[in-house]
Design a binder for this molecule. Sequence first.
Ligand SMILES: [Zn+2]
Length: 240
Amino acid sequence: MKQRTVFLSFGALFLVATLVLSVLFRITEQVFLPDTAADTEVSERPVIILDAGHGGEDGGATGTNGVLEKDLNLSLSTGLATLLRLAGYTVVETRTEDKLLYSEGTQKGHKKQGDLTNRLAFTEQYPDSVFISIHMNTFPNQSCEGVQVWYSQNHEASKAWAQAVQNQISTLLQPDNHRKIKAATSNIYILRHAQTPAILIECGFLSTPAECERLCDPQYRQALSLAFFSAITEKLDSKS
Ligand SMILES: [Zn+2]
């Protein structure tokens, strides 16, 4: 158990170092080699909408150590947004604070729906975008581990986005993660209604004590963000 933890820590550290170099390389490229073709390409890239799930009075899932999903979602989303902006991508965050997004004056009982409607509105405001929602998983079986990505069935590109993230996670961080991406069912409101490519990343199981502890480690969250960053930038830069 200890050995595995040490291995994971070194693995995460190595990944962080490698990916930080790749981020720096991309940033250097953008800052110091501003040729016109590259500029055009940058402006044509879709906006990346990052959606930290839950917030405010809605804590989301509770981890085995008492951590609230909403806080981990926001931390991961914020870290990922920073990396993407540093590398020159356009990012919009649905929330940067600990709150739900329902409009002022929304009646009790309608707040959750108001929140989801307002999150969905970001995809309407930025039709040329990709919507990436960040969540944490739970399951009664306390041995479930690993990232699981869901995709919207509304836009044909969603599946490829989900696959890119799931692949990069297996390649860089979780070699034993053989999970298949899943088509979102109708109970994931935003993925059911979004007209842009849209995915939801369940970053790990808060119901599994070991994974819950890992997700509470800022270094591990950074490694996750870097793997997501790597998937997103590869997907956007491999002109498809
Ligand atoms: Zn959630």
